[in-house]
Design a protein around this ligand. Structure first.
Ligand SMILES: *Cc1c(COP(=O)(O)O)cnc(C)c1O
Length: 637
């Protein structure tokens, strides 16, 4: 065991929470024990302290939980992606270029799409829309006619017409055919309007990827055309004298592809299809790989689903090289490579900051040296197991403990012992478990039966947020996010705990955490101090979490603050968005809050009539109700 008196350092916190591994250079720990964030990876001279940001947010009157966005991290990510592709293209003498298209569905907030179009302009970074609403957002936000505007998703007439108008306005707007049925309508609308569209086809590859979102690829994927259907598209376009409109090949293997081998396999297969389309006479210019570029959430650099076994530059080199190898062999010109990376662009940009409201501990009460002689025999056996516990009989003592605890429970059910005696029995059992948990730290390997002991004894930290609203993927698909305290990192975290949110739903918890060895069931935390808030952060939450979140228990959007880090370690508040009020949330579920208030006023008036309250008390109660309607949906101090 590590001697408890050994001095704790901020380096130890950095290591314990894996900050260097998952932080991608954006996060570090200051000498004062504060978590810092920088927009300049690996360079902490200009870093900003997260506890200072929290203080600034609170001085401005916004309560926790807060979703914090760092605008220049997004800028950095856009630059990194584009520069990495440009570097790979230069290094390999690739004769085509690269264009990114940000998929709006990954984070649809106006601020995000605006930032992508603004900062992405110098790279002509475009947008990808998967629905009419997203296309309408994209057409409003995008000004850059050098950028691509990719239209995926099932398209009706209105969707197609909008895409055609975008083409007419000079945008490189690509209508991607996802389903065989879309083509006749596209041809009809294009002819009717006399507009030459840019068309793409989405191919179903036989390459399939692992990870949580694997279903997007493969023969059974919902979207995309198989080889027969693509040949049919070519014939129909030829017939309509529109084959020169077909310029883009698209595929999407799924999001968060952890294994580079699967990415390489798909690129090779798609490049062959691309060459095939060129030979069929299509006017091919773009190969679009969709999304899939993964984020290393756990920092392990492995092909585990919350990680990735490649770097950004490896990804770019492998993609460019993969396309080149096949097309050179076939004697086909190099196309513009398009990717629709969303997750990798926006994940780092947001973090959720929240305070801890309370904790629960599962610690047995202190036991006496010996038990009275008339104590129930099963409790005496439990006590005996406790007294004789040592390193060599852990397993046996644990089994005895379980057996006699059941006997105690049965004795209670059978009316043989009192509730107080049963409580004593349970307490002896938990003391046994606690001591076993201390002893097993010295074992070289843990017997399987004892694996859950740490979790069973861990604390619960009740946190001011909703998993369903703010970290929906943690609940829905078991995704891991890095979570850690944002201050006191110069103190040893002496507790182990899981996190519970404030929804009172048994699923509203986080009990799976990143770990260098896989998944951990508890995380190290500090003791709460009296009259001092304890703040935690969940990181890399910029992708998918914001709009997938729901209104479980009517907890609404959190406050959102956007910052820009300035040169000298200072920061500017770029914008503050107040989270939903109770009134907002109720109106989302179709309440008429004026009617609600009127009804409640009648209830109060009836109470006055019945003399349960005075008219003055009525006023006070109605005021509280009104304030409640206008308040934040989260716990307010
Ligand atoms: C979801 C999606 C993306 C984004 O994928 P990421 O893995 O987040 O980069 C890109 N393209 C299409 C067609 C998608 O459906």
């Amino acid at each position: 065991m590590t001697p408890i008196l050994e001095r704790w350092t901020t380096d130890k916190s950095t290591e314990l929470y894996g900050v260097r591994e998952w932080g991608a250079g954006f996060f570090g720990v200051s000498e004062e024990g504060a978590l810092q964030v920088t927009a300049d990876p690996g360079c902490f001279e200009n870093a900003v302290s997260i506890p200072e940001i929290i203080a600034g947010v609170q001085e401005r009157g916004l309560d926790m939980p807060v979703l914090l966005r760092i605008e220049n991290i997004l800028d950095t990510q856009i630059s990194l992606l584009n520069e990495s592709f440009l570097t790979a293209i230069g290094k390999l003498d690739y004769r085509g270029s690269y264009l990114g298209a940000y998929p709006i569905k990954v984070n649809q907030q106006q601020q995000v799409v605006e930032a992508v179009t603004r900062h992405g302009e110098k790279y002509h970074h475009g947008l990808e829309a998967g629905s009419k609403a997203e296309l309408i957002a994209a057409m409003g936000m995008c000004r850059d006619t050098e950028a691509v505007l990719i239209c995926n998703g099932y398209k009706d007439e209105e969707f197609i017409d909008l895409g055609l108008y975008a083409t007419q306005l000079g945008f490189k707007c690509v209508l991607v055919i996802e389903m065989p049925g879309e083509l006749p309508l596209i041809i009809e609308r294009a002819k009717a309007k006399g507009i030459n569209p840019i068309l793409g086809v989405r191919v179903k590859l036989s390459s399939q990827a692992g990870g949580l979102w694997a279903e997007s690829g493969g023969d059974r994927s919902i979207f995309g055309l198989n080889s027969t259907q693509i040949i049919d598209v070519i014939d129909r376009l030829k017939e309509a004298e529109m084959l020169d409109c077909l310029q883009l090949l698209h595929y999407h293997l799924g999001s968060q592809i952890p294994n580079i081998r699967e990415i390489r396999g798909a690129v090779a297969e798609a490049s062959r299809v691309y060459a095939g389309l060129v030979f069929e006479g299509a006017n091919m210019r773009y190969i679009d790989l969709g999304g899939g570029l993964a984020v290393d959430y756990d920092g392990t650099q492995t092909n585990f689903m919350s990680s990735r076994n490649y770097s950004l530059s490896e990804y770019c080199i492998d993609v460019v090289e993969g396309v080149m190898t096949v097309l050179d062999e076939q004697g086909v010109d190099h196309p513009t490579i398009v990717t629709e990376s969303g997750r990798a662009l926006v994940a780092y940009y947001s973090m959720l900051l929240f305070n801890v409201l309370d904790t629960a501990r599962f610690e047995p009460d202190p036991l006496p040296e010996s038990l009275p002689e008339d104590t129930n025999i099963h409790i005496q056996h439990l006590f005996e197991a406790l007294k004789t516990l040592n390193l060599r009989n852990i397993q046996e003592s644990f089994n005895d403990g379980l057996y006699y605890r059941d006997e105690v429970r049965q004795a209670f059910s059978g009316g043989k012992i009192s509730y107080r005696e049963r409580a004593l029995g349970e307490n002896v059992f938990w003391e046994l478990v606690r001591r076993i948990n201390v002893l097993i730290k010295d074992l070289p390997s843990l017997p399987q039966e004892l694996e859950g002991i740490g979790l069973a004894l861990s604390d619960i930290y009740y946190c001011n947020f909703s998993v369903f609203q703010s970290l929906p993927d943690a609940w829905a698909i078991g995704q891991l996010f890095p979570i850690m305290p944002v201050h006191r990192l110069n103190e040893r975290p002496v507790r182990e705990g899981i996190l519970a949110d404030i929804t009172c739903d048994c699923d509203g918890k986080i009990d799976r955490f990143i770990d260098s060895q896989g998944v951990k069931r508890t995380m190290p935390l500090h003791d709460l101090k009296e009259n001092e808030e304890y703040y935690l952060g969940a990181f890399l939450v910029g992708a998918y979490q914001e709009t997938l979140g729901d209104l479980h228990n009517l907890l609404g959007d959190t406050n959102i603050v956007t910052l820009k880090i300035r040169g000298n370690g200072e920061f500017d508040f770029v914008s503050e968005l107040e989270g939903d009020t109770v009134e907002d949330i109720l109106s989302y579920v179709e309440y008429d809050t004026k009617y609600l208030f009127t009804r409640f006023r009648e209830t109060a008036e009836n109470a006055v009539r019945k003399k349960l309250i005075t008219p003055v008390q009525r006023r006070e109660i109605l005021e509280a109700y009104k304030n409640g309607l206008q308040g934040y949906t989260y716990f307010e101090r």
